[in-house]
Design a protein around this ligand. Sequence first.
Ligand SMILES: [Cu+2]
Length: 439
Amino acid sequence: MNDENAVSGTRSGLISRRNLLRAGVVGAAGVGIAGVAASKGGLAIAAGGATYDATHTREVHLAATDGWVTMPKNAKPITGFWPDELAPNPYNMYVFGFRNVSGMIDSDVIAQRGLAQISAPTLAFDQGTEIRVTLTNLGLSQRPDLVDGHTMHWHGFNNAIPIFDGVPEMSASVPIGKSITYLYRPTDPGTYMYHCHFEDVEHVQMGMTGLLFVRPELNYLPGTLTQKTKARAGDGLIQPVRYVFNDTATEYDREFPLFLSENMPEDHWRDAHIQISDWAYYHPGFSLFNGRAFPDTIEPDFDPMTDYAAASVGERLKYQPRSSLIEANVGETVLLRVAHLGSVRHTITVDGIPLHVVGADASQLKGADNHDNSFVTNSVDLGPGESRDVLFTAPAAGTYLIYDRNFMNLSNNGGGGYGGMLTHLVVHPAGQLAPQTAV
Ligand SMILES: [Cu+2]
């Protein structure tokens, strides 16, 4: 924590922990969605006691609810469990998840009940920014018998305040119809993940997981969030300068989130059909990149708020909105932000392309003596809860495969053809793709 962090206000006595808790919980105890405004108001008072630059504030509003998604049709059905006969066309699997409802009016937020997405929205923040993530619990449309809370747990964030850590046993969760605003000021750039921590084995398996990353201040002009730019060699274009960490050796041209998870269809069926799951008995049917199994991984991005023709792939994937198609021009440096919140190990590889791992678990691979601990490999191995920052140089134009080396994770529940954790890297001739402007 740096001295500018709102949290440091508690240390300097500007606000007590008790008052901060009151701001988060009591402020959120309004009726229905009105709790959002109440909690924001409460936290504005709390944050007002600390010194920070208000222009460096980011506000995000997430909604937590349930919903329906699709796993690919080339999967082997599981009699009685998948496809789920309760699923509305064109979907086939029940999930819990988050939605990004930032900027929506309350009635639109409430209308997202039952429309969860997987993976959770990718969140990208800048180092040193005051971040306020408001989480609203919309309840579960398929399971009105459940009164589950939800939380946001930023995995790996050094959080001094239990309530903002989102572990309900240590503080509080968000009840149905209520909201809490979580406060953060990240000081450590890198790739993280976040998830709901309420009955976390279940809620994580059901889909309340996503990727989050923090860009380093080295990207910005001193004292501002105005991005540094430079003319790249060869094309003369002025482009944003992007680094993974506060080290010029970690420069890249394009970045892509690659969020790893799996699901077990029987457990999703049981949650939809009011049956008890044994979470100790786990054998995933689908392994996912960014919430989709191949071949859906290479479909483009979709918007959960857009109407697509009912039979189109867009309608089928609108609640799995994130593509895993990786595209770059020859010679560009690509950053894969890999994070894993499934339950079994995964080893990601790209045939024939050396992978330079420069970061692990939101830390640059560099010793205290500035020793370079980064390494080049063909196998990026991750356990659950781990992340890696991987750089590679886009080779000759063509299509390459990015996949999990475990063959078990390359089918859709043992069905015919390839599936699971597989996506494409498409390398274009030099200069063909415009510079990346958004992730
Ligand atoms: Cu939850």
